[in-house]
Each structure stands twice: as structure tokens, then as C-alpha cells.
Ligand binder design. Structure first.
Ligand SMILES: Cc1cc2nc3c(=O)[nH]c(=O)nc-3n(C[C@H](O)[C@H](O)[C@H](O)COP(=O)(O)O)c2cc1C
Length: 182
């Protein structure tokens, strides 16, 4: 069994979401590593749950808290909507609290424009700080998402493998250090 468990969360439930391509690409690369166990999580699976305060327990929120309690870190892949985060991502984040503490989080931003979600990543760094998470650098940005992946879902720019590898290395360094400290 792998020592570290770090899931990847796709942060939008929007119909026809293009961020799914970035999330699947990130998951495929991260899954190749033998030093970490990962899983692709989807905000869509939590959409019908109205109990987003951490103390309002039901099966869905319980499941989320269990995943986060087990996790040694998190990668969030999220698009930018009006310079901000998707509402459903914030609601899901709000379902847990202490389960996140002293764990690293890495961000992948997605956008139709040229900034690759830099503004949504900046916003989320302020939120995860309140959960005692460590927001790591680098982030990876997927701009011009409509053309960055081809029709078959393959990325058209080979530099992304290296960029994501750098993110993974840093995330795993923090995940190991913080796991030992916890
Ligand atoms: C409501 C809405 C707001 C958007 N705001 C921004 C924005 O602020 N900056 C940007 O670069 N793109 C913006 N876009 C374009 C999205 O980043 C682009 O559609 C991208 O595909 C969104 O990811 P998704 O397909 O996974 O939903 C917006 C799109 C929507 C639907």
C-alpha cells in the first residue's frame, strides 16, 4: 500500500465543463507515480447535499469528511467564473473543517482566457488558509482551455507534463513533511 493518499478534486459541476479535461490529464499523470495513491473526486457527486456546515451530518457530508480525514493533501482543479471560484466548490470545501488541518493543497486553474485561472487560485489560497492548510507553489494554469486540448482530449502543449511534475514533487515534499509532523 502507498503511504500517501492525495485525491484530485474537480471543482465545477457545469454541464459540458472543459475543466474535466485538465482534471483527467492531471489525474492520469499523478496516477503513474508509485509513491502516492490518488483518486479523481467530483463536486457533482455532492450537489444534492444541503448540509454544508461541518456539524450537519448526513451520508454525503460524512463521506467527504472521511475522504479528507484520510487524505494527506489535495489537488484542486478549478475553472474561473467571473474572476472567482465555482459556488459548488466552496460549498463542498465548507463541509469539513478539522479534517483539512496541517495538510498541503495544490491548485490547477482553468480558464477560457489567457490567465489560466490565476485569480481563482489566488482567491482559494485565502480560503484554505482558514482551514490551516498549506497552499503550495507552484500552481499549474490551463489557459485557453478550448484549444489547449484536442478533440481526443489530449493536451497540445508538451510543457504541461514537466509543469505538473514540478507541482507533484513539491506537493509530495510537503505531504511527507506534514504527515510526519502530524
Ligand atoms: C459564468 C462564467 C464566468 C466566466 N468568467 C471567466 C473569467 O472571469 N475569466 C476567464 O478567463 N474566463 C471566464 N469564463 C470562461 C471559462 O473560464 C471557460 O468557459 C472555461 O471553459 C470554464 O471552465 P468549465 O468549462 O470547466 O466550466 C467564464 C465562464 C462562465 C460560464
Amino acid at each position: 500500500m502507498n503511504e500517501l493518499f492525495i485525491p484530485i478534486l474537480l471543482g465545477t459541476a457545469r454541464q459540458d465543463r472543459l475543466s474535466e479535461k485538465a482534471a483527467r490529464f492531471t489525474h492520469k499523470l499523478f496516477s503513474k507515480r508509485s509513491d502516492v495513491e490518488t483518486e479523481l473526486l467530483d463536486v457533482r457527486d455532492y450537489l444534492t447535499d444541503r448540509s454544508w456546515a461541518p456539524w450537519q451530518e448526513n451520508d454525503m457530508s460524512k463521506k467527504w469528511k472521511e475522504i479528507m480525514a484520510r487524505a494527506d493533501g489535495l489537488i484542486i482543479v478549478t475553472p474561473e467564473y467571473n474572476h472567482g471560484y465555482p459556488g459548488e466548490l466552496k460549498i463542498l470545501i465548507d463541509k469539513a473543517d478539522t479534517e483539512y488541518a496541517h495538510k498541503p493543497v495544490a491548485f490547477c486553474g482553468v480558464s477560457g482566457g489567457g490567465l489560466g485561472g490565476a485569480r481563482v487560485v489566488q482567491q482559494l489560497t485565502e480560503i484554505v488558509r482558514n482551514l490551516s492548510m498549506v497552499s503550495i507553489v507552484p500552481s499549474v494554469y490551463f489557459p485557453h482551455i478550448k484549444t489547449l486540448f484536442n478533440g481526443a482530449g489530449e493536451i497540445t502543449d508538451p510543457a504541461y507534463e514537466r509543469r505538473l511534475d514540478e507541482l507533484f514533487e513539491e506537493l509530495l515534499w510537503w505531504a511527507t513533511a506534514l504527515k510526519n509532523a502530524r
